[in-house]
Design a protein. Structure first.
Length: 406
């Protein structure tokens, strides 16, 4: 394939000129798998490219699981190839579950959310913001699997908490989504309850698989394969010693806007991949989950969530009209029992005068989580042979060595 298609002219950044409709016409041609040597090379995390963002070191695993007790599990759904046939595939999708410590239904955690741009969904967020409490796992999947994930999470929670709907009130699970329809038969509804159960039951502490895994399988970031990414920061003892962890389901952006640790590398990468059809005019979305062991109130957590949006922006996002940037943050620093024996609950809270280090930490961890998602994702070929190439690690390493910041 050449840089010319359907009479459309591309500029040197790899984009077709004109409005979104013209971009769709130029980029959604169907055909054979399009990959070449520019995507080859072993996958490594951003830090292995010499990227060290911000002032604070990561935790042991550089993951959201560095917040003690937080667990992550995946279920990946991949089958079929070639032409899309609704109900049969190909499927490139999955489920990712983030579980707070303990039984969060009975021992709830302070939480809050922030929506930068709302063309997306996170069920249960209205209640989280109203009560300032998280009482369910956070489950991520594709847009048309929200209902299936919601139903399965309710079933899983009632199994583990049989008092739901009887001696206790009901439950509204937190389910986030991104659209994987460019690579997957999203209308075929391939995510089933067994996949949700698998992600919840397999959730563990320690290192977290990243890239095209779980809910990240069909995700695209800046036109490259994206998906699940995670990172953490640990403050020094003099600033509280608290940990902040971030996990993203990254599915947004266009190549010319990509910034990598401040280096504007997207414009240099674009021409290398102009021969690969892109998903049309859609900008995509990102779900961001923030965890910390700092004892924060719900109000402080919404402030922390807002700062995570700055980390998204650092990578080149402008939160496009059709995008969903939804962020939820929770703290393990206090628990709030469902059945309280005391009228007044004893809690400890961080003074606002000492919250700035957490703001800095969450911005850096969010940025690095997105970069990790891209660095760890391999080539993804899906429905109708649509392709999301892997970020070319060697070329990125070379570009980072050049004066491209700005």
């Amino acid at each position: 394939m050449t840089g010319q298609r359907d009479g459309g002219r591309e500029d040197e950044s790899g984009e077709a000129p004109g409005n979104a409709d013209q971009r769709v016409e130029a980029w959604t041609a169907e055909g054979a798998v399009v990959l070449d040597e520019t995507t080859s090379g072993p996958r490594v995390r951003a830090r292995e490219l010499g990227v060290h963002l911000g002032h604070y070191p990561p935790g042991r695993h550089n993951s959201i699981t560095d917040v003690q007790g937080v667990r992550v599990g995946h279920a990946t759904v991949v089958h079929g190839s070639g032409a899309l046939e609704v109900g049969k595939g190909p499927a490139r999708t999955g489920v990712t579950a983030i579980l707070p410590p303990g039984n969060v239904f009975m021992e709830r955690l302070a939480a809050s959310g922030f929506v930068l741009n709302g063309a997306g969904e996170m069920t249960g967020l209205v209640q989280v913001n109203e009560w300032g409490l998280l009482e369910t796992p956070i489950v991520l999947t594709n847009t048309l699997a929200v209902g299936a994930a919601h139903d399965a999470t309710v079933r899983w929670m009632t199994k583990h908490n049989p008092g739901i709907g009887r001696e206790h009130d009901t439950v509204l699970p937190v389910i986030g989504e991104c659209d994987d329809s460019w690579l997957s038969d999203i209308a075929g509804r391939h995510v089933r309850d067994v996949h949700v159960f698998e992600a919840l039951e397999r959730a563990s502490t320690g290192p977290v698989a990243e890239g095209g895994v779980g809910a990240g399988t069909g995700m695209i970031t800046f036109d490259f394969a994206g998906g699940i990414g995670t990172s953490s920061r640990v403050l020094p003892a003099r600033e509280g010693g608290f940990a902040v962890g971030v996990l993203v389901q990254s599915n947004f952006g266009r190549t010319p806007d990509l910034r990598f640790a401040g280096a504007h590398i997207g414009e240099a990468l674009g021409p290398l991949f102009r021969h690969i059809p892109k998903r049309g005019g859609t900008y995509g979305s990102i779900i961001t989950v923030v965890a910390t062991d700092a004892p924060l109130s719900a109000h402080q957590l919404v402030r922390l969530a807002k700062r995570a949006a700055l980390g998204i922006g650092r990578t080149g996002s402008y939160a496009g009209h059709g995008s969903g940037e939804i962020i939820i943050a929770f703290s393990t620093g206090n628990t709030y029992p469902r059945t309280a024996s005391k009228r007044v609950l004893p809690v400890s809270l961080l003074s606002d005068e000492h919250i700035d280090p957490l703001f800095r930490a969450v911005i850096d961890a969010t940025e690095e989580a997105i970069l990790n998602a891209m660095c760890m994702a391999g080539d993804q070929v899906g429905a109708n042979n649509h392709t999301a190439p892997a970020l070319p690690i060697d070329r990125v390493r070379d570009l980072l060595a050049r004066p491209l910041v700005g």
